[in-house]
Structures are given as C-alpha cells and as structure tokens.
Design a protein around this ligand. Structure first.
Ligand SMILES: [Mg+2]
Length: 190
C-alpha cells in the first residue's frame, strides 16, 4: 500500500507512452504506399486515466517519439497534454508543462519503463516503474507495478493512488451513478 501522505501530495500524473501505455510493440507497414504504424493500447488504462482526471489529477503524456497512433489515443483518452519530444528533452519539457500549471516535480507521480525516463523519475515525488521496465528504472522507482505496460499498468497506478488517498470507494460510486444515468438517458431518448 502506498503511503497516504505521499499519495495526497500528488497533483499531476506523468506517463511515458511506449512501454507504459503500450507493450512497446509497434506494428509498421505500408498502406497505399503510406507508412503507417499501429500500437496496442489497453482499454482499462483509458478508464484509469479518466478516474484520475475525475478527482482533479491532470494526466500528461511524455513520449520520446512522434506518432499519429499516440496522438489518436491521447485524444480519445482526453489526457490534459501530450508532449512528443526528443528523448533527451523529457525532463525540461515535462518541467515546462508543470510550470504552465504552477506545479513542480515534487508535486508529481511519473510512470516510465526505459532509460529516457530516468531524469524525470529521479526527481519526482513518486517515481513508478512498470513490470517490464529495465533494471535501472526499477531501481529508481518507489513502486514497481505488477502489470506490464500495455497490460493495465496505468490502471493499476490509478487504483493505487486513489486507494491510498481514500478516494477509491467514492469514485466507484460516482462512476456507477454516472454510468447508470447515461444508460437511463439512452433508454429515454430511444
Ligand atoms: Mg518508454
């Protein structure tokens, strides 16, 4: 269980993309002579992001490569910001996104899997490694998830944070109430 005081200090969650929101696999091919890439995101992570945002925690994606697949998924998940930057610039670009919100690295959790995430992980309040992270990243992390990237690791992080903050039961009630409102609304408008 995560320390409650630490969990309550968190005001923003940063996520690496490849290897964290995906298993790191990239399907590359040509369609009508256009290079296209596909990635597999996990649907449970989408709800995890939504639950974090519901309790007022912004979610910022920090990717070390530009990818239309990532841009489509980021839009669908309604994350607060997607940074597509050079791997070596993850720390300054993330700090810039925090400054725009009046926050610092001491206010953040960050989830990573590879070496490019280390500069950020070494300075945030709550560094988290996914199960498939490289050894150096696991060593730098306070928490290592049971789930792998692209297999629900971000959902696990969301639940861990919300449980430690004592917000999990409330958020579940809210989620079921809103889902049933949507279902009733849909029935009425049929
Ligand atoms: Mg990665």
């Amino acid at each position: 269980m995560l320390d409650r005081a630490l969990a309550e200090r968190i005001k923003l969650v940063g996520l690496d993309v490849d290897g964290v929101l995906t298993d790191g696999g990239i399907y590359v091919g040509l369609v009508a002579n256009h290079a296209l890439e596909f990635k597999c995101f996990h649907v449970q992570d989408g709800l995890g992001v939504k639950l974090l945002r519901t309790v007022g925690l912004p979610v910022v994606l920090v990717s070390g490569r530009a990818s239309e697949a990532t841009e489509v998924r980021a839009k669908e998940m309604e994350v607060d910001e997607l940074l597509e930057v050079a791997p070596a610039d993850k720390l300054p670009e993330f700090v810039g996104a925090l400054e725009r919100r009046g926050l610092t690295l001491a206010d953040c959790a960050y989830v990573g899997d590879d070496l490019a995430d280390l500069p950020v992980l070494r300075q945030v309040a709550l560094p988290i490694a996914v199960a498939n992270a490289v050894a150096e990243v696991k060593e730098a992390a306070k928490v290592v998830t049971t789930a792998s990237g692209g297999r629900g690791a971000v959902r696990e992080v969301a639940e861990l944070l919300l449980r430690a903050r004592g917000e999990w039961q409330d958020i579940l009630k809210r989620y079921f109430r809103e889902s049933s409102d949507v279902a009733h609304g849909a029935r009425r408008s049929r």
